[in-house]
Design a protein around this ligand. Structure first.
Ligand SMILES: [Zn+2]
Length: 199
């Protein structure tokens, strides 16, 4: 912040649009835009591990091939852009990318049934690739026909655009330190999803 001491009234701000996931109605509720001085950031607005925040001001726009632009946290932008440009020039099947998107979809539930924690997408540290061929499943310790599809389209290892442990796309993201949601422990498998923790 080169000018922070010389320009009066130009205090750095933090701006974001958010919502809460209601676990009872299974709908997004409480849409709002938040803005406050950057210096007032609260711990729940910062990802401790990466230092990335929910603020638009900390996101970088990336555009790959002829796909719509998306945003990621500035700390990951260089690696993610290089990786995706390489995959695109290698004709790997990257059809759709969703990254920064702020919303409380995790963590404890309040009295109204609303989630109270920000997802990793909220900090710009998670990417969804080809959601239509890489669904999010629950009741899915290991993948089988009884896993329950909750979001996106059906995953099938032989399908064009679906990701597997052997996919160049999965290998490339792992090489820059991201984990794949198709390989996380627990009941959930999120085949479209990459982040530092896989969640
Ligand atoms: Zn995701």
């Amino acid at each position: 912040m080169l000018f922070s001491f010389s320009v009066s009234g130009a205090e750095k701000m933090c701006t974001y649009s958010t919502y809460k996931w209601n676990t009872i109605s299974r709908k997004a509720v409480d849409f709002k835009t938040v803005q406050h001085p950057y210096s007032d950031l609260q711990s729940f607005e910062i990802d401790e591990q990466t230092g990335c925040t929910v603020c638009e001001e900390d996101q970088v726009v990336i555009q790959i091939g002829d796909l719509p632009a998306f945003k990621v946290c500035k700390h990951f932008a260089f690696d993610i852009e290089n990786t995706l440009n390489q995959l695109w020039s290698d004709n790997q099947p990257v059809n759709k990318i969703v990254a920064y998107r702020v919303g409380m979809t995790r963590g404890e539930v309040d009295e109204q049934g609303n989630r109270t924690g920000f997802s990793n997408h909220s900090f710009g540290i998670a990417l969804d690739i080809n959601d239509e061929q890489n669904g999010l499943y629950d009741q899915c310790i290991t993948f089988n026909e009884n896993c329950r599809l909750r979001k996106g389209g059906k995953w099938s290892p032989d399908q064009f655009g679906s990701l597997t442990p052997d996919s160049e796309i999965v290998k490339a993201f792992k090489s820059i330190g991201l984990k794949w949601g198709g390989e996380i422990a627990g009941k959930q498998k999120d085949f479209m999803h990459f982040s530092p923790t896989g969640y």
